[in-house]
Design a protein around this ligand. Structure first.
Ligand SMILES: Cc1cc2nc3c(=O)[nH]c(=O)nc-3n(C[C@H](O)[C@H](O)[C@H](O)COP(=O)(O)OP(=O)(O)OC[C@H]3O[C@@H](n4cnc5c(N)ncnc54)[C@H](O)[C@@H]3O)c2cc1C
Length: 431
């Protein structure tokens, strides 16, 4: 995890976090560790149901991935893809899991509207470019399947028509997923935090949770400001989990991912690069995602390029190489911000929620957590409250500890390098 000189684009676009609470209560119904989307959304629902709730963040609310992400929202399909999901779980289950992504997206849209959160939600659709002809064929088949089985509106774009979607000849055509869009992630976080505080949630930050001890029916929560007795505890630390949130930490692999903002760019160049102002992605093992900023003046690029923990300049260089491959027009464009953050992967590539090792948790969104975290946190709160509507298609997938967890980030980076080499070889061999 590196913070050397990094600057997050979204920090310049929205105000500060609401003032934190001062006095630690002696007892509380629910203590939540982590003030990102998961922790704050769960807190909001629990407080509205009459629970006393304290949320603790080691830094500031939104310090983690929730204000570092690309703000791209959508059904978040599944990392295994249709073939992998069907092979692993059978077609009915694959349909249920992929359909759950659409439910999560509808939930996010309704949540933002109902709560009146001004977060620049723009449902622009997403163009996913194919790097090879074989990928174009495969993503075309996938798009037909999704349309037929879960009603996901999408359409193919041939290489000949590609310029209507993107100012680039790099891809061999692609697919438009009509139900994707973008938000300003920081505005979203601040909106949820404001609603949570209005509902009576106390946010303590900076206030790290140092340890948890089972204590009769409840739990003693040791924080940097003293101890609190909580009836229940929620771990919402996702990619920022560590020994202090051990029950979640042993189940996820935190991975660093980077981003940069390029701009400001002229309106003419923006219109050339993204004629429809869509979100963008690519079909590759190690892929780049990119999007215009909500004000349409800059582009944000993200992905897992270069080594973990790299400095700002090395990150900017790695990104420039990656985005110039798609957009040579940006060779001399200014990179205004570069930053990184932690995402949480799981061994089955699925997000999870539930009660494990005596605590509640939701996480492991595998890099697609804007839509999922808000949906999963709501489901988690309902489950804790014994309310209906808490079930998800992921419920009976076991959330198992990661084997050799300590070495898993290292193993993942070796795997990434191998995938990168495979991607590069495919590019070299394409006609
Ligand atoms: C660069 C980047 C780009 C991304 N882009 C996208 C995207 O475009 N679309 C998408 O869907 N997803 C994206 N994601 C993923 C998404 O941002 C996350 O899945 C989501 O924000 C997770 O939210 P969360 O609340 O679960 O965790 P986080 O927001 O990471 O919050 C965890 C919090 O826990 C706190 N914490 C940790 N330990 C303790 C402790 N002991 N005591 C107290 N507090 C503690 C941390 O300080 C942190 O604030 C991206 C992630 C990154 C890093």
């Amino acid at each position: 995890m590196t913070f050397r000189g990094e600057q997050i684009y979204w920090m310049d676009t929205a105000g500060g976090v609401p003032p934190g609470a001062d006095t630690l209560p002696a007892t509380i119904d629910v203590a939540i560790v982590g003030a990102g989307y998961t922790g704050l959304t769960a807190a909001l629902h629990l407080a509205r149901a009459g629970r006393s709730v304290a949320v603790f963040d080691a830094k500031v609310p939104g310090f983690g991935a929730s204000t570092r992400n690309g703000g791209m929202v959508g059904p978040g399909l599944h990392k295994l893809g249709i073939t992998g999901l069907t092979r692993t779980y059978g077609e009915d289950r694959a349909i249920a899991i992929l359909g759950e992504g659409l439910k999560a997206l509808s939930h996010l849209e309704a949540f933002v509207a109902d709560e009146g959160i001004d977060c620049d939600l723009q449902m622009t659709g997403r163009f996913r470019g194919a790097r090879t002809a074989a990928q174009y064929e495969a993503s075309g088949r996938e798009c037909d399947w999704l349309q037929a089985k879960i009603g996901l509106p999408s359409h193919h774009v041939s290489r000949a028509d590609q310029r209507s979607e993107i100012g680039s000849d790099f891809y061999r055509g692609g697919v438009v997923y009509a139900r994707d869009g973008g938000v300003n992630p920081r505005k979203l976080l601040l909106g949820i935090a404001a609603r949570a505080v209005e509902a009576g949630v106390q946010i303590f930050a900076p206030c790290a949770v140092m340890g948890l001890r089972r204590d009769g029916a409840g739990c003693t929560v040791q924080t940097a400001r003293g101890t609190v007795k909580a009836r229940e505890v929620v771990l919402a630390t996702n990619g920022y989990s560590d020994r202090r949130s051990a029950a979640l930490n042993r189940r996820v692999v935190p991975l660093e991912t980077g981003a940069c903002a390029v701009g400001p760019l002229s309106p003419e160049l923006m219109a050339e690069l993204t004629p429809k102002g869509r979100m963008h992605g690519e079909a590759a093992r190690v892929f780049m995602w990119y999007r215009p900023t909500p004000d349409g003046r800059s582009f944000i690029f993200g992905g897992r390029f270069g080594a973990g923990g790299m400095g700002v300049e090395a990150r900017a260089k790695a990104f420039r190489k990656a985005f110039c491959r798609v957009f040579p027009q940006l060779e001399a464009a200014p990179i205004s911000h570069t930053w990184s953050g932690q995402i949480a992967y799981t061994t089955d590539h699925s997000p999870h929620l539930g009660h494990y090792d005596g605590v509640w948790m939701a996480g492991g969104y595998c890099g697609s957590g804007v839509t999922r975290s808000i949906y999963f946190a709501t489901k988690l709160a309902r489950r804790m409250l014994g309310q209906p509507g808490s079930e998800t298609a992921f419920d009976d997938l076991p959330f198992k500890p990661v084997p050799f967890r300590h070495f898993a980030p290292f193993g993942a980076s070796i795997l990434m390098r191998k995938y990168q080499m495979q991607d590069d070889r495919e590019l070299r061999m394409r006609e």
